[in-house]
Design a protein around this ligand. Structure first.
Ligand SMILES: *Cc1c(COP(=O)(O)O)cnc(C)c1O
Length: 218
């Protein structure tokens, strides 16, 4: 399966113009496809599974910035702690504590996003607004993690109005809680995937996670 070169260049141009970071989601895709995008200049890649990331990372260029975008189990943090540029989808205080602990052991600071539950489905992970406020009020004590913003996934639906409303809600939480994030940069709002990234851009996304549009169906 070849990567969609023309589409990548188009999307990249659109995102660059908007100042939005493209994370190419490469889960279940072979290293040849990742390398092909790398050769076109792509540096940020997203993976969902610890084992898969551990297998691929040593075979690929060292300047790739890996984003962990899947559900991360606490007992696996130690394997990827030194290797990720951004751990998105932190969905419990216990997980944040474990990341902080592993980062402290490795004498580094790990950048993270907190995942907010904006979709209607029960199955998607993340905090509600009250839980988010509670966690944010405690992050300053965790010196080895840096929470740069929020991540969310919209409902799996073709209803544009509900997707838009969910993205809007995430953006407004990022603004509301902006004082908890580093003051010298706008909070990261990671929202938008292959099917809904255009709506996400209109609603103020600063980072999109796009897989199948670039790499083909999984
Ligand atoms: C798989 C995945 C994506 C990419 O999905 P596509 O529809 O292929 O663009 C984005 N975000 C998360 C959290 C994912 O798990």
């Amino acid at each position: 399966m070849a990567i969609a070169v023309e589409r990548f260049l188009e999307i990249k141009k659109e995102l660059d113009a908007a100042g939005v970071l493209l994370v190419a989601v490469s889960k279940k895709k072979p290293i040849e496809d990742i390398l092909a995008l790398y050769k076109l200049g792509q540096r940020d890649f997203g993976e969902n599974y610890v084992q898969e990331l551990l297998e691929k990372q040593p075979l690929l260029p060292a300047d790739i910035r890996w984003h962990f975008i899947g559900h991360l189990q606490r007992n696996k943090v130690k394997y990827i702690a030194g290797l990720c540029s951004l751990i998105q989808g932190v969905d419990s205080l216990a997980l944040l504590d474990e990341i902080n602990k592993q980062a402290s052991k490795q004498h580094c600071v790990i950048d993270c996003l907190l995942q907010v539950h904006i979709a209607q489905e029960e199955t998607k992970f993340g905090f509600d607004e009250a839980e988010l406020a509670a966690v944010l009020s405690q992050i300053a004590e965790r010196k080895n993690v840096r929470v740069l913003g929020l991540m969310g996934m919209a409902s799996f639906t073709t209803q544009e109005t509900s997707i838009r409303a969910e993205f809007r809600q995430l953006k407004s939480m990022a603004n509301k809680f902006a004082h908890y994030f580093p003051i010298n940069q706008t909070p990261i709002v990671s929202m938008g995937m292959s099917g809904d990234y255009s709506i996400a851009l209109e609603e103020g996304s600063t980072l999109v996670r796009i897989g199948s549009l670039l790499f083909g169906a999984r």
